[in-house]
Design a protein around this ligand. Structure first.
Ligand code: SF4
Ligand code: SF4
Length: 122
């Protein structure tokens, strides 16, 4: 569930508004998105993944957290590194290594070698 939009970090790029499949956000007068239809959030993380300013936090729960939850507190999210943490784990953004390159798997060997094939299990 989307919990916080950081007005301090937001650069008003509209990406979260465009990618949200359920139209949760409206553009505020200052360009910072507002959670106009929060109950429609499907916890898909697309907004957080696509925010270039790490200004969003989506909690890995399917129900809204209470207003006094630390997950709704900008200072707590800043201090714990949770703002934009999903995007960071994906490795999206300048200077980050895409998660697909950090995945653990069988060595594929050099190009043309045939590489190691994963075992057939079914
Ligand atoms: S988590 Fe998905 S559904 Fe929820 S606000 Fe972000 S983009 Fe929209
Ligand atoms: S994607 Fe991030 S920076 Fe862009 S409008 Fe949304 S919250 Fe602001």
């Amino acid at each position: 569930m989307i919990e916080l939009v950081s007005a301090e970090r937001c650069i008003a790029c509209d990406k979260c508004i465009k990618v949200c499949p359920t139209d949760v956000f409206d553009r505020g007068a200052d360009g910072v998105p507002v959670l106009a239809r929060r109950d429609d959030c499907q916890t898909c993380f697309q907004c957080e993944a696509n925010c270039p300013a790490d200004a969003l936090y989506v909690a890995p729960v399917t129900r809204p957290l209470p207003d006094d939850s630390p997950a709704r507190d900008q200072e707590h999210l800043d201090r714990t590194g949770l703002l934009g943490s999903y995007r960071r784990h994906l490795g999206w953004g300048p200077g980050r290594t895409p998660a697909a390159l950090r995945a653990v798997g069988p060595s594929l060997g050099p190009p043309g070698s045939g590489g190691a094939s994963p075992p057939i299990t079914s």
